[in-house]
Design a binder for this molecule. Structure first.
Ligand code: HPA
Length: 264
């Protein structure tokens, strides 16, 4: 099956929309269950970031295997979904945000393919190996973001088209003092996954963008945060999220056209 678009479903999003077929993709970093399906007539590969029964916490997700599995399938664009807390009280739970920048506060997880010995041939044919420093001026693909933002307009889905994603190590939520500091640094939303995926996808020459759903105000901005409220909020917005993803896929041209952000 020839697939070009990958979807990584985050917390609360465990199943690919559309009819599907499961397969296990073997990678040098581990095996990844991938669901191949057809959405709006296009072939899509879906990975549940935390597995389909949410058994893997954010700091232990095998990000390298997930991204490499999608790369192996010939995919050059990835849309992920991420549950996030909001650092801005005007950006309330239920709001979709498409970040354009991130600040990465993760510390312990493997977050590069390039440890000095890895080598890979990108879909463009270019070889990358050894010591590599990847440009991150645009951590999230401009074209994918534009596609999602335009899709949201077409289906009358309110959306915030930019913002700074603060990526924490997790699995705990943040302290109010940390959130105050992140606000001062310019953060808009906080989550535990998307920066790592963006880094690894870009290292392999793949475009990546994430649809963040605000599930709560960040620590100190509401009395407390529970995982249950995150899942409940996510569930309540599932139909809107799927509609947004489907419209975005419909509008994507799955051609071999090279994206500008992908020039590494
Ligand atoms: N912090 C980090 N990750 C999250 C949050 C949060 O407040 N809400 C949903 N994912």
């Amino acid at each position: 099956m020839f697939v070009k678009l990958g979807i990584i479903g985050g917390s609360g999003f465990y199943q690919s929309p559309g009819k599907s077929e499961e397969k296990t993709v073997k990678t040098p970093f581990g095996e990844v269950p991938v669901v191949l399906s057809k959405i709006k007539g296009k072939k899509v590969a879906f990975v549940a970031r935390h597995t389909k029964n949410h058994s893997i916490p954010p700091h232990l997700v095998n990000y390298k295997a997930n991204i490499y599995a999608l790369y192996t399938l010939g995919i050059d664009r990835i849309i992920s979904t991420s549950a996030v807390g909001s650092l801005d009280k005007k950006i309330i739970p239920g709001t979709f945000v498409i970040p354009d920048q991130f600040i990465d506060f993760t510390k312990k997880r493997p977050n590069t393919f390039f440890d000095g010995i890895f080598e890979v041939t990108l879909h463009s044919g270019k070889m990358r190996s050894g010591v590599i420093h990847t440009d991150f001026s645009n951590p999230y693909c401009l074209n994918l973001r534009k596609t999602i933002i335009e899709a949201a307009q077409e289906i009358n889905q309110q959306i915030i088209g930019k913002g700074v994603y603060i990526c924490t190590e997790g699995p705990r939520f943040e302290t109010p003092a940390e959130i105050k500091a992140y606000k001062k640094l310019g953060g808009t939303i906080v989550g535990m996954t998307s920066a790592t995926e963006s880094i690894l996808a870009r290292e392999l020459g793949m475009c990546y963008s994430t649809i963040c759903l605000v599930t709560n105000l960040a620590a100190g901005m509401q009395e407390k945060i529970t995982a249950e409220e995150v899942y409940e909020l996510f569930k309540s917005k599932m139909d809107d999220l799927v509609a947004l993803i489907e419209k975005s896929i419909e509008n994507l041209t799955l051609s071999q056209d090279k994206c500008d952000c992908n020039q590494i």
